[in-house]
Design a protein around this ligand. Structure first.
Ligand SMILES: [Zn+2]
Length: 326
């Protein structure tokens, strides 16, 4: 199962056999990098689960923990009792070990999206597969965990981004996230066309974008801090109630504004390698842009997340967040 899934995803080897059995159910290879796991019996606490990785092709740790969890199912260490859709997103980028080939896949998950090209086509394919999966399991609560790693260091190496959508996040999710070793939560302040937001907005799923440490090549990831995350995936695939942690230990942030790059002459007033969630005090200068001038911190300290001065003009250069109560 695991080998044929990876062969089709990475070597363009269409499988001779697209389905088979595993402990507790069956698997079906639906498309390159996409596999549905269907249990023979659905546990009472089960969700319809989507676990995705490699939406950015160079983020390999999530691919490794998905592989390790699938190996547990394949060897019979875990028994499938919940339906799971497993997705590797950007296969050409994964093969080239780049973030994307022509455009950022994680900005394309919108039913109105009209763009053309390999990544827009893949986004349309994945949206249709997600729609069919949730329709097939419409009686179950829905869940989507989209697994990433971050480009830079972080004051909180493991955190989640909570997409902006009408569906409220259930309290139990915070306990599961804490139990899985997550350290912080960033609430989005407006819609953006990410994969996790797609499932939350269009399907009412409990959904997050996970940032699981820092980008590294295959084989160079430190997977020990991600063991509790792998356990969470395993518990969900068994339809169990996941291990709970202390949700009050999570730090919560809300995006206050997005800093956009408007001109060629754009720079930050901090070092290129500043860690995510670095705090800046009121009045501190953050960035200079030739068309909009200086951006200064307002009355509340700001925490800078995902800064990137080299984005194209008109794109987001950083998120500026404030610390909040849950
Ligand atoms: Zn990513």
């Amino acid at each position: 199962m695991l080998d044929s899934w990876l062969d089709w995803a990475l070597d363009d080897h269409p499988p001779t056999q697209t389905s088979g059995s595993l402990s507790g159910g069956t698997y079906q290879l639906l498309a390159p990098g996409v596999m549905a796991l269907t249990p023979a019996h659905i546990a009472p606490a089960a969700h319809a689960c989507i676990f995705s990785a490699a939406i950015h092709g160079n983020e390999t740790a999530p691919v490794e923990i998905l592989g390790a969890w699938l190996a547990e199912l394949e060897s019979g260490h875990r028994t499938l009792n919940a339906p799971v859709l497993v997705i590797l997103g950007n296969l050409p980028a994964l093969k080239q070990q780049t973030r994307f080939v022509s455009t950022n896949l994680n900005r394309l998950f919108d039913r109105q999206m009209q763009a053309e090209g390999a990544e827009p086509d893949r986004a349309r394919e994945l949206m249709a597969i997600v729609d069919a999966f949730y329709a097939r399991h419409s009686a179950l609560p829905k869940l989507h965990y989209d697994l990433h790693t971050a480009i830079r260091e972080s004051r909180y190496p493991r955190f989640v981004v909570e997409p902006f959508a009408a569906t409220p996040t259930e309290d139990a999710q915070w306990q599961w996230l804490a139990g899985a070793g997550m350290q912080a939560v960033l609430h989005q302040h407006r819609p953006s066309a990410t994969f996790s937001r797609y499932s939350k907005h269009y399907h009412g799923a409990q959904a997050f974008t996970f940032e699981l440490g820092r980008v590294a090549a295959f084989g160079q990831n430190d997977l020990a801090p991600l063991a509790p995350m792998q356990r969470l995936l395993g518990e969900l695939s068994e339809g169990k109630r996941p291990t709970a942690g202390d949700a009050s230990a999570l730090a919560f942030f809300r995006v206050e504004c997005e800093l956009m790059r408007e001109s060629d002459d754009f720079r930050f007033f901090f070092a290129d390698d500043v860690a995510n969630f670095t705090r800046f005090e009121p009045g501190a200068p953050i960035a200079y842009d030739a068309s909009t001038g200086e951006t200064l911190v307002g009355e509340t300290p700001w925490h800078v997340v995902f800064p990137n001065a080299r984005v194209e003009r008109g794109a987001r250069a950083a998120l500026l967040a404030v610390e909040v109560d849950r």
